[in-house]
Design a protein around this ligand. Structure first.
Ligand code: CTP
Length: 357
């Protein structure tokens, strides 16, 4: 996006500057105005879609694209682990940069001159692949940063510097569970959607799971990365976390359903039948954490297999309620042993049931 600015006070900040320096295409741009961003976009004559008056941000439409303009701001955390409170807008840019998570995300680039403003050594850390927090209370203020660190580490191969690593370990030995989990959940989703077994290994080995609960999750029996790639699952995060204690994450109804299906498959003596009515993610959870052999057999050979005969058909043949259920169960079982069983073969099972009962 080619923006222009005459004031010299408008900056690209955060992830988009980091990505550009790394030679990557930025996903979205964040803009920061050293002053009042709402007044600024009004003066520029941009079409304003929405403003947030208390923190002086504005969403505007430029060439059909929605762009956020933030005012520089200072923040503090009256309640650690919860959303910060803004104390000052229009403050010097440096104050805005040092409220952020890591030095590599605290570089600004002037829209007018393209010059970088990097008061905390972010470029140097980028060059060396280092994630460094700005102060010792950083993870206490916002523990989400530990997951963000894991995300950037998986995505770019970055490492925490020694001091930041020590602060992380200190925090994980003394976790505050009275925090806002919605932001943590978003970062966990981002992190595990990178679909890397390394993420889960590190989540467990580095005790990052403690952000969710004291209970250590079980490791999967096979590679989730390979599994989700083979069966083309787009957003695999829940499969990575499904064996963790998720009670704090406020799962949506569809996420809860996946976990319930996983438990049902796990506990049922006839798991294939439950699989046939379940979301692929529930089946992959069972495959990865409970029974890889049966799970893979189901996924590769039996998915989509179901009786050709219907309950209605059995009813018209004179069978009644419970009998129909039993016959269909027998057919399901046979069908999973022999997926090529024909409609006629299924009818034979019904007839046999009639003879035997
Ligand atoms: N930020 C922060 N602390 C957080 C979240 C965000 O300091 N818990 C700051 C960082 O400077 C970050 C910027 O806000 O670069 C934008 O946040 P976000 O879009 O979430 O991060 P990105 O770095 O752009 O990461 P991604 O590429 O995954 O979007």
């Amino acid at each position: 996006m080619n923006l222009t600015d005459d004031t010299g006070r408008l900056y690209y900040v955060g992830g988009c500057v980091r990505d550009e320096i790394l030679g990557l295409q930025p996903v979205d741009i964040d803009l920061c105005y050293e002053g009042d961003a709402i007044e600024y976009v009004k003066e520029c004559g941009y079409e304003i879609i929405k403003t947030q008056k208390n923190i002086r941000t504005a969403k505007v439409l430029i060439n059909g694209k929605e762009i956020d303009f933030a005012s520089t701001r200072k923040e503090y955390y009256p309640k650690t682990g919860h959303l910060p409170v803004t104390t000052d807008t229009g403050c010097p840019l440096k104050d805005d940069l040092i409220r952020r998570d890591f030095t590599v995300n605290s570089i600004a680039k002037s829209v007018k001159t393209n010059k970088l403003f990097d008061p905390t050594g972010g470029q140097n850390d980028l060059e060396n692949g280092i994630l460094r927090v700005h102060h010792d209370k950083s993870f206490i203020d916002d523990p989400t940063r530990i997951i963000r660190g894991l995300k950037f580490s998986l995505r770019f191969g970055f490492k925490f510097d020694n001091h930041t690593e020590n602060l992380k370990e200190e925090y994980l030995n003394n976790v505050n569970y009275d925090i806002s989990y919605s932001r943590l959940k978003k970062e966990l989703i981002d992190c595990f959607n990178l679909n890397r077994d390394e993420g889960l290994n590190r989540f467990i080995n580095e005790k990052i799971y403690k952000l969710l609960s004291v209970q250590k999750p079980q490791k999967p029996l096979i590679s989730i990365e390979k599994l989700t790639a083979e069966f083309k699952v787009k957003n695999p995060w829940l499969i990575y976390l499904g064996n963790s204690d998720l009670s704090k994450l406020q799962l949506t109804r569809s996420e809860t359903k996946i976990i319930e299906e996983f438990n049902a498959i796990k506990e049922n003596s006839n798991p294939y039948k439950i699989c046939s009515k379940s979301d692929i993610r529930s089946i992959l959870l069972w495959t990865a954490f409970v029974n890889p052999d049966k799970g893979l057999h189901y996924l590769r050979e039996l998915r989509g297999v179901k009786p050709a005969i219907t309950g209605q058909e059995l009813l018209s043949l004179g069978f009644k309620g419970k009998q129909i259920g039993n016959i269909l169960d027998n057919i399901w079982e046979e069908k999973f042993k022999n997926p090529n069983l024909t409609h006629a073969g299924e009818l034979n099972i019904a007839k046999k049931y009639y003879r035997d009962n």
